[in-house]
Design a protein around this ligand. Structure first.
Ligand SMILES: NC(=O)c1ccc[n+]([C@@H]2O[C@H](COP(=O)([O-])OP(=O)(O)OC[C@H]3O[C@@H](n4cnc5c(N)ncnc54)[C@H](O)[C@@H]3O)[C@@H](O)[C@H]2O)c1
Ligand SMILES: [Zn+2]
Length: 379
């Protein structure tokens, strides 16, 4: 059977890159998205403009397809706390709708590959230098207001040390977005059999690259720092800037989706898609300042944003052995390409002061003296 892949959310940042990658492999692609595909792809793909929550566009999009790559979602921790209903509607209900429609129709879909997220790990895996494995951890509000950013051991109170997080690590969703991403996974596995499909989940870490949205202060830190530096605006950095993330280049992520589509015998499995390396935001800023020649100094805020993890890095052994996938693009090269593309298309970043005001208004920033209130609300 000639492969014909439906990419939901195919007009988005990752979707456009996955589309290009599949087209390069000679695969026929159809996009379902509320927005049109970018002009360079529009003539090469079939597309259905519409919402995944609506029967008509979804059925039209699925008609004749052999596989689905499910990317359509609302993104961002901060926005999800402000618009929980919208996030559950698009992310959770959207996924239920996709599987329910497959269950009720005669279809040819073999596999559904879901874009999961590292946010489901919460703080990820840590060890205590004295006591060993720490299990799932949460940072203590009383330490955060004292600007003690590292999570500490519940037994001996020493600072914990971050380790790569494997897929088997217990999920610990700490914000609405993470809950919707975890629900998507659960629903995909639960309904797979009755929908007659093989589920595969890719838990993406911090994806970056040319063309990423600047709307989202949480997912697109590299995109936002880049546009700030190009416009000589001081980038804002939460905590002390030494928090580490695992940044993975969008073209490598596209290759992972291709392999998740092409590799036989992986139905039911979950794979981390990250670089396996942690880089602090300060390190990233140093590299970006060099590449952009940006003179604006970052403003380190020494403030905690609720729902943020301290360090999260992928253990990538499973994706190497199961998908034969490993990231190819070194960080310096990926950042260089991101900056070059941003120079050609300078976009105004978020109004940072406005964003800070909103976070404060919604109680998402942990301020000095807020410890008691936070402890109560966490109880
Ligand atoms: N960017 C990252 O770092 C990252 C990390 C982990 C997981 N992910 C996941 O990857 C996927 C794609 O993310 P992205 O960075 O490309 O985001 P994006 O916002 O650029 O793309 C999402 C796309 O989904 C479309 N969409 C939204 N609601 C829709 C609806 N109701 N019906 C149809 N289409 C709809 C949007 O129009 C958009 O084109 C998401 O599922 C996201 O949760 C992204
Ligand atoms: Zn200990």
């Amino acid at each position: 059977m000639q492969p014909h892949v439906l990419i939901t959310g195919g007009s988005g940042f990752i979707g456009r890159n996955v589309t290009r990658c599949l087209l390069q492999h000679g695969i026929r692609v159809r996009i379902l998205d509320t927005t049109e595909p970018p002009s360079d792809l529009a003539s090469e793909v079939e597309w259905v403009q519409g919402c995944i929550l609506l029967q008509k566009p979804l059925q039209a999009a699925l008609d004749g397809c052999t596989d689905v790559i499910h990317l359509a979602a609302e993104l961002g921790i901060g926005r999800s706390q402000a618009e929980p209903l919208r996030f559950f509607e698009v992310n959770v209900q959207g996924t239920v709708h996709l599987l329910d429609t497959l269950q009720k129709t005669h279809h040819r879909v073999r596999r559904v590959v879901l874009a999961g997220s590292m946010t489901v790990y919460g703080e990820g895996r840590y060890v205590c230098p004295g006591c060993g494995e720490a299990g799932p951890v949460q940072r203590r509000p009383d330490r955060l207001v004292q600007k003690q950013w590292e999570p500490c051991c519940t037994r001996c109170e020493r600072d914990l040390v971050s380790r790569p997080t494997p897929e088997t690590f217990p999920a610990q969703a700490a914000n609405i977005y993470a809950h919707t991403k975890l629900s998507q996974e659960g629903i995909l596995h639960l309904l797979a059999e009755q929908a007659g499909i093989e589920p595969v989940v890719l838990r993406l870490f911090n994806v970056y690259g040319p063309g990423q949205s600047l709307e989202n202060a949480y997912t697109g830190v590299i995109a936002i720092f880049t546009s700030c530096l190009l416009m000589e605006i001081a980038p804002l950095v939460f905590e002390d800037g030494n928090q580490r993330r695992d940044f993975v280049f969008v073209e490598d992520v596209s290759e992972a989706f291709y392999r998740a589509w092409a590799t036989p015998g992986i139905g039911g499995r979950t794979f981390n898609i990250g670089s396996g390396e942690g880089h602090s935001l300060n390190e990233i800023l140093g590299l970006l300042r060099g590449l952009t020649a940006g003179r604006a100094s970052p403003r380190i805020l020494y403030q905690y944003r609720k729902g943020d993890a301290r360090h999260v890095v992928a253990c990538t052994e499973n994706s190497l052995s199961g998908l034969g996938w490993s990231p190819r693009t070194p960080l310096g090269e990926g950042l260089g390409r991101t900056v070059r593309s941003a120079r050609e298309d300078i976009r105004t970043p978020l109004n940072l002061e406005k964003m800070m005001g909103e976070l404060r208004r919604r109680g998402i920033l942990l301020e000095q003296g807020a410890s008691a209130a936070v402890s109560r609300s966490n109880a």
